[in-house]
Ligand binder design. Structure first.
Ligand SMILES: Nc1ncnc2c1ncn2[C@@H]1O[C@H](COP(=O)(O)OP(=O)(O)OP(=O)(O)O)[C@@H](O)[C@H]1O
Ligand SMILES: [Mg+2]
Length: 550
């Protein structure tokens, strides 16, 4: 396909999908649109409903295809002139525009008050804050860069849809100090537009709103198929490290940047290179997750509102046990690294193993369980968070976000299917790394390099992470995440005392404000229930061996 991508100079025109015309497409992307006769842009919006605890149905308009990050998504319908390759003349495409200043998570960039910006700069001043800051421009560049790189890596192209055209614009992103001084004016226009193949039935994605695992309709078979797709990705990239084409574009811009996946460390409470990340929802509250171990649980739980007290009270004994073991769990898995030269030795489970999709929930996946070849069963979209990490992060994330699994045996069936698929997809062939897969050997002295000395990925997996070690890491990560969720709840203060009473009043209101709070409450309860239940099961069925071995 005629995929083009370029980083544009200052002042380059941004293409909002709604403003795309036949003429612009023909002019800007002649390789793709040279034969285009007519273009029509349609909305990708839909309505969805889900149930609250009270039984009340919440209906929500999903604009932009349900985009979580405020991207603009539209469907383009094409009519073509005769001639040219039929394969290059699709009837439709999905056009996605992401602009850094329109992403809700980036609202901070808009801070108008000079004083507030100085305070934010002070609060983000540590190493963890710098890590978060440097990730902002990467968001914009990632999707196109990764798509192009994935088509270079054998066995990965099948996991993606073709990219028809793309544009990226990111020029020099300001330092924290420049931004604190000049505000949004210091942030250059940064955006990316992509036109990609539309994934159509019989391939389908999860139902309901993103992350609502109760309504996702993900069954054991679907969870298995998606995890086998992820295993194919993880296996094909096993041990590639910072030289992998999937992340080396980050180093072309800044050779000392982190290539870790962006999102999972913030989500689970991991500490890249040993630096705990600031909580952007409560930046004033210092002390991190360790404060959880000193919390008066009874007092904290009895102060919770919005139905969270009732959920947490049932698990007070579980939480007490977590308070006792948290510091040791943290020692084993928290300090994570991608092999950046000169960084501290990571924890036992802190070495990056492979490339991760980085936001692998079921609403970013499409599947067709009836596809003849297993390699055609799963497709991924939304590649903004691709980066290095541990495969357990992705497996755990997919499961807790997307699949309502309450059965311990069923969970383990799926975990073992994933592990077997990973083992199958890790190459037993020494040449794979040095040949097509990655042109360079891991650099001498890079963290974990010795693990890959013989370049036999399967042997490496067997020796560094047999199935029992994989399971143990899954349990420890679940415990870490559970503590992180509780510690965040304490830090934000939003769910307790007078703030919770205020939210209770607002959620009864009609209109968008009430609807937003109702949605937040539904999601918080889902998350808390999920992490507590899993932590309880882990302590109940595997607690003995975990605690003893810590
Ligand atoms: N190629 C495609 N074919 C069919 N549907 C698509 C395609 N790309 C996106 N969509 C639909 O649009 C939704 C949003 O797209 P996408 O996940 O890329 O953006 P996003 O949600 O803004 O990103 P994030 O998940 O980081 O918030 C998807 O969940 C999917 O339903
Ligand atoms: Mg998405």
């Amino acid at each position: 396909m005629g995929a083009t991508a370029s980083v544009l100079p200052d002042g380059a025109k941004r293409f909002h999908p709604d403003q795309l015309t036949t003429k612009t497409l023909r002019k800007e992307f002649p390789e793709f649109a040279g034969n285009l006769r007519h273009l029509k842009i349609e909305s990708l919006s839909s309505k969805i409903s889900f149930k609250q605890d009270s039984g009340k149905i919440i209906t929500e308009d999903l604009e932009n295809g349900g985009s979580e990050t405020g991207s603009q998504l539209r469907r383009a319908k094409f009519k073509w002139d005769e001639g040219g390759d039929v394969l290059q003349r699709p009837r439709s495409a999905v056009v996605k525009l992401t602009d850094v200043t329109e992403v809700p998570q980036m609202k901070l960039l808009m801070t108008r008050s000079w004083i507030k910006r100085q305070i934010v700069r002070y609060l983000l001043g540590g190493e963890g804050g710098k890590y978060l800051w440097n990730l902002i421009p990467r968001f914009i560049l990632a999707e196109c860069a990764v798509r192009r790189a994935m088509s270079e890596v054998p066995r990965l192209d099948k996991l993606l849809t073709p990219l028809y055209f793309s544009r990226v614009r990111v020029s020099s992103f300001p330092s924290q100090a420049q931004w604190a001084m000049y505000g949004i004016k210091a942030v250059p226009s940064s955006w990316t537009v992509q036109g990609m193949a539309e994934i159509k039935p019989p391939m389908t994605s999860a139902d309901g709103p993103t992350g609502h695992y109760l309504t996702s309709n993900v069954t054991e078979n679907i969870a298995t198929a998606v995890l086998e797709g992820l295993a194919r990705f993880h296996g094909a990239c096993w041990g590639m490290g910072r030289e992998s084409p999937l992340v080396s574009w980050i180093l072309d811009i800044n050779s000392t940047a982190s290539t870790l996946t962006l999102y999972y460390p913030t989500k689970f409470g991991l500490a890249p290179y040993g630096y705990e990340l600031p909580d952007t929802n409560a930046p004033m509250s210092r002390g991190g997750d360790m404060r959880f171990t000193k919390m008066n649980l009874k007092k904290f739980i009895s102060g919770l509102g919005l139905g969270l007290k009732e959920i947490c009270a049932e698990y007070i004994d579980v939480l007490r046990k977590l308070q006792r073991i948290y510091a040791r769990v943290r020692n084993e898995i928290c300090n994570v690294s991608d092999g950046k030269p000169g960084e501290r030795q990571p924890s036992r489970y802190g070495y990056s193993q492979t490339m991760l999709h980085g936001d692998a929930h079921a609403w970013n996946m499409f599947w067709n369980l009836n596809a003849k070849h297993s390699r055609d069963r799963v497709k991924f979209i939304d590649l903004t968070n691709v980066g290095q990490g541990r495969c357990v992060w992705e497996v755990y994330y997919f499961i807790v976000q997307s699949w309502h699994c309450t059965d311990w045996m069923q969970l383990h069936r799926v975990l073992s299917r994933y592990y077997n698929a990973l083992r199958k997809n890790c190459s037993p062939c020494g040449n794979a790394r040095h040949g097509a897969k990655s042109k360079q050997k891991p650099t001498e002295g890079a963290l974990g390099a010795s693990h890959f000395a013989n370049s036999n990925d399967r042997a490496n997996l067997d020796s560094t992470m047999p199935f029992a070690a994989f399971l143990r890491e899954f349990y420890l990560l679940a415990i870490l995440h559970c503590v992180h969720v509780m510690a965040e709840m304490k830090r934000s203060g939003k769910w307790s005392g007078s703030s919770a009473e205020h939210l209770t009043r607002i959620q009864r209101e009609e209109g968008p404000k009430g609807a937003r709070v109702r949605k937040d409450v539904v999601y918080q309860k889902l998350l808390v229930t999920r992490v507590l239940r899993l932590a309880r099961d882990i302590l109940r069925y595997a607690g003995g061996c975990i605690v003893q071995s810590l």
